[in-house]
Design a protein around this ligand. Structure first.
Ligand code: NDP
Length: 294
């Protein structure tokens, strides 16, 4: 019987694994879950009918999903699981990982007969709960076709190229999120200092050419309300923008705006806090301008 294992039941992984468990139950498959803090895995099993297992047991699955903070944590669990992996399995890494980590991971897994797909996701916790995530996949197309039916948390799946390409696209996507979030925050801070009502300004921007996801959704819902709900950590966005900056160096590209945004987000992470919601980066802009965006 095909066994699916999901490792990392965080803000994203928990609802993604819930979709996997439902899909497994409907198709006569087994869904294993593992989490560093075991109580979350036990709660997942109770709520969603998955089975909480050890890392060694999870390693025996036919398809292994990971959704951990960075490639460093993926390497940690890989080290424990390596001797127990099943030849012919596919490892689908949904972490927003680092393209430079992919080659070594791929080789370690290939030595055990396991194929790696980098498959980071976009759509936030709301997308994960709805099972409507966009998945950007790097690695062998045949391996993607083999696991495609199991991507129960996906709304859209795009094969973007060879191993590491998924991580690269995700890093650039999130760097663009950082650019628009930061730039819109700067613009609104200037308007606040000019005495303009920010609700009215955002209304105009969202019907004009300056609009973005940051202006249409994030800033209105999270910043102007002063709610900053922590669904995607500022530390993780700073990490992603940093990966895009690293990638620029690796390919000897020229992307000064992306590099600057990575540096600004890193500064905001230090000042505001890594665990705050990513939109709280704008609190640094508020300090720089002595205004509150509300
Ligand atoms: P969370 O911080 O909510 O969850 C992190 C998960 O990783 C938890 O299960 C945590 O376990 C586990 N973990 C942390 N450190 C280790 C370790 N050393 N060894 C094993 N497990 C560990 O993160 P998210 O779910 O928000 O993000 C996961 C990935 O998805 C990241 O790469 C992020 O960039 C990406 N992402 C996040 C989005 C979002 O909106 N949140 C959207 C799209 C992508 P424990 O419970 O024990 O702490």
């Amino acid at each position: 019987m095909t066994t699916l294992a999901f490792l990392g039941l965080g803000a994203m992984g928990d609802p993604m694994a819930a979709h996997l468990a439902r899909y497994a139950a409907a198709n006569g498959l087994t869904a294993h879950v593992w989490n560093r803090t075991d109580s979350k895995a036990q709660a997942h099993a109770r709520t969603h009918g998955s089975r909480a297992v050890t890392l060694e047991t999870a390693a025996g699955a036919d398809v292994i999903f990971t959704c951990l903070p960075t490639s460093a944590e993926v390497n940690e669990v890989l080290s424990v699981m390596e001797p127990h992996l099943k030849s012919g399995a596919v490892w689908v890494d949904c972490t927003s990982g680092h393209p430079q980590a992919a080659p070594a991971q791929r080789e370690r897994l290939a030595a055990r007969g396991v194929t790696l797909l980098d498959a980071p996701v976009s759509g936030g916790t709301a997308g994960a709960q709805a099972g409507a995530l966009t998945v950007m996949v790097g690695g062998p197309a045949e391996a993607l076709e083999a696991v495609r039916p199991h991507l129960a948390f996906a709304g859209k799946v795009v094969h973007v190229g060879q191993s590491g390409a998924g991580f690269a696209v995700k890093a650039v996507n999130n760097a663009l999120l950082g650019v628009t979030l930061w730039a819109t925050g700067e613009g609104l801070a200037v308007l606040a200092r000019a005495g303009v009502d920010l609700g009215a300004a955002l209304d105009v921007i969202n019907a004009s050419s300056g609009r973005s996801n940051a202006s249409q959704n994030l800033i209105g819902q999270r910043v102007l309300t002063r709610e900053f709900p922590a669904t995607f950590a500022l530390g993780l966005l700073a990490k992603d923008a940093g990966i895009a900056a690293d990638l620029t160096g690796e390919v000897r590209g020229s992307a000064p705006l992306l590099a600057q945004t990575a540096a600004l987000l890193r500064a905001a992470e230090r000042v505001v806090g890594a665990d705050e919601d990513h939109t709280a980066a704008l609190k640094l802009i508020e300090q720089m301008n002595d205004v509150e965006l509300k």
